[in-house]
Design a binder for this molecule. Structure first.
Ligand code: MG
Length: 380
């Protein structure tokens, strides 16, 4: 395959934070992807919630299976558009490494707890995992990934944090774009979760096919499927509808992005970065359909009373663990009792940052076990 001129090129990478020998028989982006797969944070994704708490059922998505689905979608588009598949795969596999236990409820609760200390953003935390927190290499902290992978992992961050991030923060200050692989991983994330949350939502019984047909694009694909397979039902029907829906989105994304590239004519990744808007995009019609689908999921699944109760309980666990570790650092494992050498701030801020590192790194079941350990005093 011939790489497109506007794709990221591992031989022209903007480099790593610490100099290293050139990889042998692998590109820089392959090495990044391989390091991500061998990281501790990657293995923990298996036991972290996407929407449903990890122990609720074996068929629901976890952050690990979600990340693999994102990588699958992103790689398919990357190959078709002659982008760097290894880079997009690495970004996809790493994009959720900074997520707390208990999905968005956990992230919101930890952000609340961290408000007085600069807040908690999961994208920033994903970057922190790959830049600082992984601690298995002899020569450096973190995974020492290439700039292009790191900018994709960061995805977004608030302006107030961008200034502290050095090279990967600059694009938020100068309002430039990330490379196409980073843009693609971001949209593949959305395609994956919108579709698998429908699947998990139906499996759980919290939403129904009839309800989903309120969403025009879903109704359209559902009608098509039923007219072809009138007898189909259950998980085969759901799967058949969802595979068509994913396909529609992927094809739309590929066509609309290819068209945007043909119009803008970027000759290099530098040209891609200078665009006013991301070149990876849906058509206007698909963007509208996607928004309707997201609204449906927010109202009917993420805010469902059962999910809401689970989220409420998760928030209490995070808050109480946070308070306990803030008030008594001896409850933390020894390595979290110390600030990182690279961190700056007052003593309390530094301590809070380590508490949030510890909590964010927990899996769902680890957090529940730790909560029981500290607060269920009947178990001695
Ligand atoms: Mg994700």
């Amino acid at each position: 395959m011939i790489r497109a001129d506007y794709a990221a090129n591992p031989e022209q990478s903007l480099g790593r934070r610490y100099d290293e020998r050139e990889p042998v028989y692998r590109t820089h982006f392959q090495r990044d992807r391989d390091r991500i797969i061998h990281s501790k944070a990657f293995r923990r994704l298996e036991y972290k919630t996407q929407v449903f708490v990890n122990h609720e059922g074996d068929l629901y998505r976890t952050r690990l299976t979600h990340s693999i689905e994102v990588a699958q979608i992103a790689r398919a588009v990357a190959r078709n558009m002659r982008l760097d598949e290894d880079l997009v795969e690495g970004i996809a596999l790493a994009h959720d490494l900074g997520h707390t236990p208990f999905g968005h409820a956990g992230q919101d609760a930890l952000n609340q707890c961290m408000k007085p200390f600069g807040g908690f953003e999961h994208n920033l935390q994903s970057l922190r995992v790959v830049d600082e927190l992984e601690d298995v290499y002899a020569d450096f902290d973190g995974l020492n990934l290439s700039f292009e992978t790191r900018e994709g992992v960061l995805k977004h961050c608030s302006l107030k944090h961008a200034a502290d991030l050095g090279d990967v923060g600059e694009r938020f200050i100068h309002k430039t774009q990330a490379g196409l692989e980073a843009q693609l991983a971001n949209i593949a994330d959305e395609i994956a979760y919108n579709n698998h949350d429908i699947d998990d939502g139906l499996r759980s019984g919290l939403i129904t096919l009839a309800q989903l047909c309120e969403v025009p694009i879903f109704a359209q694909v559902y009608e098509e499927t039923i007219s072809q397979y009138s007898q189909l039902s259950g998980t085969r029907l759901t799967h058949e509808v969802l595979r068509r829906l994913i396909n529609l989105m992927v094809i739309d994304l590929t066509d609309a992005s290819t068209q945007a590239i043909e119009t803008a004519k970027p000759q290099s990744i530098a040209d891609v970065r200078q665009q006013a808007k991301p070149l990876m995009r849906y058509s206007d019609a698909m963007r509208q359909s996607k928004t309707q689908l997201k609204q449906f999921l927010r109202q009917n699944l993420y805010m469902h009373p059962k999910v809401y109760r689970m989220s409420w309980r998760a928030s209490r666990i995070i808050e109480q663990l946070f308070d306990a570790y803030m008030n008594d650092r001896k409850l933390l494992p020894a390595e979290y009792q110390q600030a990182l050498p690279s961190d700056q701030g007052s003593g309390e801020e530094l301590h809070a940052r380590r508490v949030s590192d510890y909590i964010a790194g927990m899996t769902d079941r680890y957090a529940m076990r730790e909560y029981g350990d500290l607060f269920d005093l009947s178990k001695m």
